[in-house]
Design a protein around this ligand. Structure first.
Ligand code: AMP
Length: 551
């Protein structure tokens, strides 16, 4: 027997209708590419998104068509989020930090019909305009006064003119909630990039869960500044969550340096922010170097890479900003786990609570997880045994766009490629990416632990630990370090710093100092490039100490 409740579809447009009706006066503030600070309300967002939906349809975009964006976090990008998905087309957020060849490949694979771009990316668009096969129109996200003079882009249109030409009487259509809403390609760690295709249903369910107190924890009282880009897993869902709860939104545009971010936090009274550790590093350096404070910030969500303990301490102990460590992937929409403590943890001492907060945390309702061995057998949740992390749930990818990497699921579970432990309390801790793991004498060494220790040294700005080939142990950890400007530390001092913090045989065999560590398009360290460059370092430099025996 079926229940007798209304079968209303879960649609992205309903978030906008709600925000416009219930929180119409709430502000959306954007630092724009043009250099100004722009202000509008959710009422304005509703009106402009309806005009834009008409404009997109007038360009010939039909339900299911892909519309690409190459844009920063800003109000026009937000308008596209709602106008494109709300009218039944698919918003495809491209990552501008990718190489033009990769962007061309991705736009062709997605068969983008229209490409909207921020002026910053004009050179990129000029480079790919004649190469992308399916794009019929390019739209510069600006007004007539700022339109670029270029002959390299055919069919170049002006965003504000397109919007202004349309009435705001568009009616959001109703359709099946399983309809595709947006598309985001993964960083493409192996092989070609793979498209993760979200649906209206998955997005809405993810939004409900992400807003919860033990998840991203936002309400109408909050002012959210998503530093995480809107081209990286939909800015972790915050543009949808903000509409659901009626929070004020502040967009940083292209200015992601410490000073610009801090100025905006203070000027707009930001209470919650979210981003990857590399961005916070820049912000903390600015704040601490200039003796500044956070007067309204109460919480920051850190994910995308492991939150270094030194960073958590800086925020929580020196600045009274609570850190919520979160884990997720493009394939998980992304919220999977958060390290939100439970009442049972209140009796723990400060060090024990800190240790839990540094884990990637427990599942948000809707996500299930387990760890398995190489044969796919479940492993115990004892906080010690590590295995591959598998997840499933209504906002986890079941496959990739156009069937790339067929058979992505194993018995209905998504293999994340992360290696993790899960403790008896359900807190998951990532020890590595399966491809980054260091296997020394048949035993795993967690590179993230080794990096975190190095990062806690006052002279270290960034550290990566990779597997270097070793004639006896197969692989041994090799530490690659970027020093803080003006700071000094030697190889031996750094290696001594590990003493007492880990089993001795985990200590890296050598340290290489470099000027910079390559970062991928989403701000993660590209350890594969480091491996390519340094994997023979120990053999070549004859540094083959039998560290394990020494332990
Ligand atoms: P992406 O799809 O680009 O967002 O990358 C997802 C991957 O980032 C995950 O599979 C993890 O390897 C890594 N990741 C995300 N959040 C964390 C975290 N809090 N700690 C460690 N690694 C993380």
């Amino acid at each position: 027997m079926n229940g007798l409740m209304m079968d209303r579809p879960l649609l992205i447009s309903s978030l906008l209708v709600h925000a416009e009706g219930q929180h119409g006066e709430r502000e959306i503030v954007s630092r724009r590419v043009e250099g100004d600070i722009h202000r509008m309300t959710y009422k304005d967002l509703g009106r402009r998104a309806r005009q834009l939906a008409r404009a997109v349809a007038a360009l010939g975009v039909k339900p299911g068509d892909r519309v690409g964006t190459l844009a920063w976090n800003g109000h026009r990008h937000l308008e596209l989020y709602y106008a494109v998905s709300g009218s039944g087309a698919v918003l495809h957020t491209l990552n501008p930090r990718l190489h033009p060849d990769q962007l061309t490949w991705i736009a062709d694979h997605a068969e983008d019909q229209v490409l909207f771009f921020d002026l910053t990316f004009l050179p990129l668009i000029e480079a790919i305009a004649s190469r992308v096969k399916t794009v019929r129109h390019f739209v510069a996200m600006t007004d007539r006064a700022h339109m670029p003079e270029t002959t390299k882009i055919p069919n170049l249109l002006c965003y504000e003119e397109l919007v202004a030409a349309q009435p705001d009487d568009f009616v959001w259509p109703e359709f099946d909630e399983r309809t595709a809403s947006s598309l985001c390609y993964t960083s493409g760690t192996t092989g070609n990039p793979k498209g993760v295709l979200y649906s209206h249903r998955s997005t809405l369910l993810h939004t409900f869960a992400a807003a919860l107190h033990d998840a991203l924890d936002v309400s109408s009282a909050d002012t959210i500044l998503p530093v995480v880009p809107m081209f990286h897993v939909n800015a972790w869902g915050l543009p949808y969550v903000a509409c659901m709860v009626g929070a004020k939104l502040v967009f940083p545009g292209p200015a992601l340096d410490g000073k610009s971010l801090h100025d905006l936090f203070e000027a707009e009274g930001v209470t919650v922010s979210a981003g990857v550790p590399t961005v916070w590093q820049g912000l903390l350096t600015h704040v601490e170097g200039n003796n500044l404070k956070f007067s309204t910030m109460r919480r920051t969500i850190i994910g995308g890479s492991a939150c270094p303990p030194a960073m958590m301490d800086a925020f929580q102990q020196r600045h009274d900003v609570k850190v919520l460590h979160a884990w997720g992937m493009t394939e998980t929409s992304p919220v999977g786990t958060t390290a939100a403590l439970k009442p049972v943890h209140a009796s723990l001492d400060a060090d024990q609570r800190r240790a839990l907060q540094l884990k990637q945390g427990r599942t948000v309702f809707g996500v299930e997880m387990k760890i398995v061995d190489v044969n796919g057998q479940p492993l115990p949740h004892d906080g010690k045994t590590s295995g591959e992390l598998m997840v499933r749930g209504p906002w986890i990818a079941s496959g990739y766009f156009k069937g790339e990497a067929q058979g992505a699921l194993v018995d209905g579970w998504f293999p994340t490629g992360d290696v993790a432990t899960i403790d008896a309390d359900g807190f998951m801790n990532i020890t590595d990416r399966s491809k980054d793991v260091i296997k020394s004498g048949g035993e795993w060494i967690g590179s993230i632990d080794l990096e975190n220790i190095a990062m806690a040294h006052p002279a270290v700005a960034m550290a990566a630990c990779i597997a270097a080939r070793h004639p006896k142990w197969d692989e041994r950890p090799l530490l690659i370090v970027v020093k803080k400007p003006g700071a000094e530390v030697t190889r031996d001092e750094l290696l001594q710093f590990y003493e007492g913090k880990i089993a001795r045989w985990w200590t890296p065999d050598d340290v290489i100092f470099v000027d910079s560590i390559p970062l991928g398009a989403t701000g993660k360290m590209q350890k594969s490039l480091l491996r390519d460059a340094y994997q023979d370092h120990l053999i070549a430099s004859d540094k083959v100490p039998s560290s394990k025996e020494a332990a």
